[in-house]
Design a protein around this ligand. Structure first.
Ligand SMILES: Cc1cc2nc3c(=O)[nH]c(=O)nc-3n(C[C@H](O)[C@H](O)[C@H](O)COP(=O)(O)O)c2cc1C
Length: 370
């Protein structure tokens, strides 16, 4: 099947009210060319506010996602981040005027542990902010190939820290058909995505998900569609009354995960949609929550990384899957659904057993739909 980022189906047509989050999800892409641009203090203040909101909503440490907008510091990071072997893929930074960086700064002990607990929460919050930036007309690009020493010394971070990724942001240069790296990367790598049936399963890992025929019946998407509003809705576990058909809800969440960015666009992930009552009870128990779920999606990471990514010594499965969970959960909120999202304190062995995972596949988290 062809790999494409084209929508799997015309999702917005199922809602009688505007379902605007799709525009942000499909509109986000990695930008590697930027324009000189300036923003005022109010804009920076709203960015700081959203970062705080995202970290709080995801239950992440308040200091784990740094915002760098000081001009001199931005210049220092921009010109030194790509030094060394790992950073070579990001030489394009040399030619890019930027407004700032988001920096995922975590305890080294956590990132290097057998199952990071802090990293996935911060990665989710970072993707929330990426989507907010997209909504504000800014371009972003997740970067894993970075020089640790340079970024840590620029920010005064000690040996106990590990910078898992950084995200430059700025005013993106409109895409033109040119033979430049941005265009080449976009055409040859970034535009591709595996189709839903190649990344999704039903109940257990050995049962493929077939795209359902979704009835024509319409629902009303939430009147809240902006990223900050949706984060607030998730934080308060608010749900709206107008029920979305469950098959559409699950399908839309899978689409939101499918088009999420991943390191090198490797998409080393699977998503298991669960609706069986007994399995749902088991999953809720493994997440330590009461449950009462209508359905759940288990996010699964393939922990074997390719040669290039092994050299970076980062658990990319604990970054890529949380990015997909950010997009899935915002999508669920845009349909007015309330969730229990568990990535940190799950009984992984129990979840793995319930959906039939064996190494190198590991459960990263569970999104229970109430
Ligand atoms: C964790 C992570 C690390 C990444 N590292 C880099 C990087 O070092 N350099 C780069 O140019 N792009 C990097 N990317 C961007 C991906 O290549 C990009 O997201 C993917 O090709 C999908 O394209 P899209 O973001 O345009 O949809 C990274 C993405 C993620 C999620």
């Amino acid at each position: 099947m062809e790999q494409t980022k084209e929508p799997t189906r015309d999702y917005p047509s199922y809602s009688s009210t505007p379902w605007g989050l799709w525009e942000v999800l499909y509109g986000r892409r990695s930008h590697r060319k930027y324009l000189q641009y300036e923003v005022g203090p109010e804009w920076k203040a709203s960015l700081e506010k959203v970062v705080k909101l995202a970290l709080e909503t995801r239950g992440a440490d308040g200091e784990s996602l740094l915002v760098v907008t000081d001009e001199r510091l931005v210049e220092r990071i921009r010109t030194r981040l790509h030094k060394g072997v790992q950073g070579k893929i990001n030489l394009w930074l040399n030619r890019s005027p930027l407004l700032g960086f988001l920096v995922l700064a975590l305890p080294k002990q956590d990132v290097r542990s057998e199952r990071p607990r802090d990293l996935p929460l911060t990665a989710m919050a970072a993707e929330d902010v990426v989507l907010w930036l997209t909504e504000s007309g800014m371009g972003t690009c997740w970067l894993g190939g970075i020089n640790q020493g340079e970024i840590k010394s620029a920010l005064g971070l000690g040996r106990e820290h590990f910078v898992a990724a950084v995200i430059p942001f700025g005013k993106p240069k409109p895409r033109v058909k040119a033979r430049d790296l941005d265009h080449l990367m976009y055409r040859s790598i970034s535009r591709k995505r595996k189709p839903i049936p190649a990344i999704a399963c039903l109940e257990t890992i050995d049962r493929p998900y077939a795209l359902p025929d979704i009835a024509e019946e319409r629902f009303s998407a939430s009147s809240v569609q902006d990223v900050a509003g949706l984060l607030r809705q998730l934080r308060e576990k608010r749900e709206s009354a107008d029920g979305v058909p469950l098959d559409l809800a699950v399908d839309a969440c899978l689409e939101a995960a499918r088009i999420a960015p991943s390191a090198g666009n490797t998409q080393k992930w699977l998503f298991v949609a669960v609706a069986g009552e007994q399995a749902l009870r088991g999953l809720a128990g493994a997440c330590g929550v009461d449950g009462g779920w209508k359905a759940a999606v288990v996010g699964v990471g393939d922990t074997v990384t390719g040669f290039l990514y092994e050299k970076m010594e980062k658990p990319f499965w604990m970054i890529d899957l949380p990015i997909a969970f950010s997009q899935m959960s915002l999508m669920a909120a845009s349909m007015g659904l309330a969730l229990d999202l568990s990535l940190r304190d799950i009984d992984e062995a129990a979840v793995n057993a319930l959906v039939g995972l064996r190494p190198p596949l590991r459960a990263v988290g569970v999104m229970g739909i109430r």
